[in-house]
Design a protein around this ligand. Structure first.
Ligand SMILES: [Zn+2]
Ligand SMILES: [Zn+2]
Length: 131
């Protein structure tokens, strides 16, 4: 089972056992929200994500999306889009075992910071994933 939480421990979650659409997102919103050059995400069915401790703070990050984070320590936790209401994206970096959820592709690569090296083995998308 996929389990994780924020840095300070105020928020803990379980996210089922099936992580799909695993990506490194290089979009400018992920970069600014996280303070990191890019963000690794995995997706689960929205009903699979349960908060075990605490409740994250939600904010609207664009006209079609909301994100959550820990109000105490700032760890970015989730992303939801009105375009796919049945899915929730969760940050790989907040997992207890991020090594088990390797990326499958790289998205929004046209927005990436020039000094970030993309993994040559992974499919790349200029914007969001298309298939
Ligand atoms: Zn926290
Ligand atoms: Zn992004």
């Amino acid at each position: 089972v996929l389990e994780g939480g924020c840095y300070c421990g105020a928020i803990r979650y379980v996210a089922g056992d099936r992580a799909y659409d695993r990506t490194n997102c290089h979009c400018s919103i992920c970069r600014r929200v996280s303070g990191a050059p890019f963000v690794a995400w995995f997706t689960v069915a929205a009903g699979e994500l349960r908060w075990l401790a605490g409740e994250p703070t939600t904010f609207r990050s664009s006209d079609h999306a909301t994100r959550t984070f820990c109000a105490r320590c700032g760890t970015p936790l989730t992303f939801r889009s009105t375009a796919s209401p049945d899915d929730v994206d969760v940050t790989v970096g907040s997992l207890d075992h991020p090594e088990r959820v390797a990326p499958e592709d790289e998205t929004h690569v046209t927005s990436k910071v020039p000094w970030v090296q993309l993994d040559p083995a992974l499919p790349k998308y200029p914007g969001r994933r298309t298939r």
